[in-house]
Design a protein around this ligand. Sequence first.
Ligand SMILES: Cc1cc2nc3c(=O)[nH]c(=O)nc-3n(C[C@H](O)[C@H](O)[C@H](O)COP(=O)(O)OP(=O)(O)OC[C@H]3O[C@@H](n4cnc5c(N)ncnc54)[C@H](O)[C@@H]3O)c2cc1C
Length: 454
Amino acid sequence: MSAKTIEEPARRIPLYGEYEVAVLGGGPAGIATAVAAARAGRRTLLIERYGFLGGMGTAAGVTNFCGLHANVYGKMHRVVQGIASELLSRIDRIGGLNAPHLVLGKIFAQAYDTAAYKIAADDLLTAHRVDILFHAFGAGALMGDERRINALLVETKAGRQAVRAEIFIDCSGDGDLAAWAGAPFEVGDHNGHMLYPSMMFRLNGIDPAKAGEAWRTIPQLMDEAIAKGTHAFPRKGAIVRPQKSGIEWRVNFTQLKRTDGSAINGLEPDDLTRGEIDGRRQAIQAFEFLRTVPGFEKSYIVDLPPQLGIRETRRVIGSYQLSGEDVLSCATFDDSIGVNGWPMEVHVAGDVIFKFPPIPDSRGFNELPYRMLVPEGIDNLLVAGRCASMTHDGQSAARVSGACFAMGEAAGLAAALALSGNTLLRDIAIDKLQQALKREGAFIGRDQAVPQGL
Ligand SMILES: Cc1cc2nc3c(=O)[nH]c(=O)nc-3n(C[C@H](O)[C@H](O)[C@H](O)COP(=O)(O)OP(=O)(O)OC[C@H]3O[C@@H](n4cnc5c(N)ncnc54)[C@H](O)[C@@H]3O)c2cc1C
């Protein structure tokens, strides 16, 4: 970025609205946060830059929920419930949800249609009277004092506007609002290396009978293509799996890097521009290879999503950082507000490395402490989702949708509790939050029986 600057004159801007809770970002974390806060009776606004909800799940074409399930002593359970269950049943009702499928022989994931996700999420939020402001890009924070956000600035087609709220919840995935407010954050591992992004895409026109279980044979076909010198691939660990209709498959194949080999930085506009263009180029190269796979001969790219898939940018530092060790040891916390059953999934240069807790000898999930939602330094802000307080390793696991839904639901309820008790977010009674979560049908670990079924 250029070091040159120019001065913008001060100006008066319209106040869009005044709310009790304002949520920035409509991904899994933002959806659950907004519903939880509104259902607890709080006037809630969700602000989203796109014209639809779902975050990376729709905008980056992820089309697959991970982290809803855990492998508990060898048996699969759906451990993320609560608002996630309400969203899933709405997606299912309109025919957009697959049955869960096994990943790496150890854990379940569950695919969905992006159109169904968008419609179900609209329906869920409007049913709970969440006010939604689409096509509004959060662009800055006005501080009341150094510990309190007064207003969030948003850029819209009608120009710049301000949103005031008593409590703000940053579900932007990138910790945008937390950073503008001055909360501390980290980016990447000890060397600043972030998880690599990917450009997802979906193919249609596949012959399901002929393709069969091609996700098992594709890695070997890739090895053969490399040996023959016919194709080169940006990474190992390609995921090519069917959607609900077997003629359509999702492809998670690409990996986007800078010229120096490091990951594209999702906070840098020039990086993002390069990543989008290279991502589409890699998608075409992957498609050329996939058309050689039996059953894929007549396939075509039916969807390249609106944006490059970003796995990791800022991780806001809170009172506790969930670590990789917490994930692998299935850690327990007194202030647990939900659980994560997904393993570490580290997207390194050229590869994807999974690290599981001992399976089937462990309960297969870690608890998520409330403290990871409470940023240092700012009193009326919580952070939920992939930018919550985690180490680089911890985030590689708990960034997936399941844990983001769990964090969001807790953040929304915590905001409502702080407002009703007139307490700071960091001082709310954790036992009250835990009871409220259980009443709403969430599973938080602790003394609760593991939910049965999928
Ligand atoms: C390629 C790829 C594959 C993945 N595969 C899986 C998978 O199979 N299963 C799984 O569960 N997870 C997967 N993940 C991870 C998962 O999708 C994300 O980590 C998860 O969606 C994070 O949820 P979130 O709500 O924290 O943030 P996000 O999903 O990133 O949502 C943030 C939302 O905030 C909005 N926003 C951001 N900044 C602003 C702003 N300044 N103003 C207004 N709006 C803003 C965005 O538009 C977005 O809607 C994958 C991720 C990627 C990139």
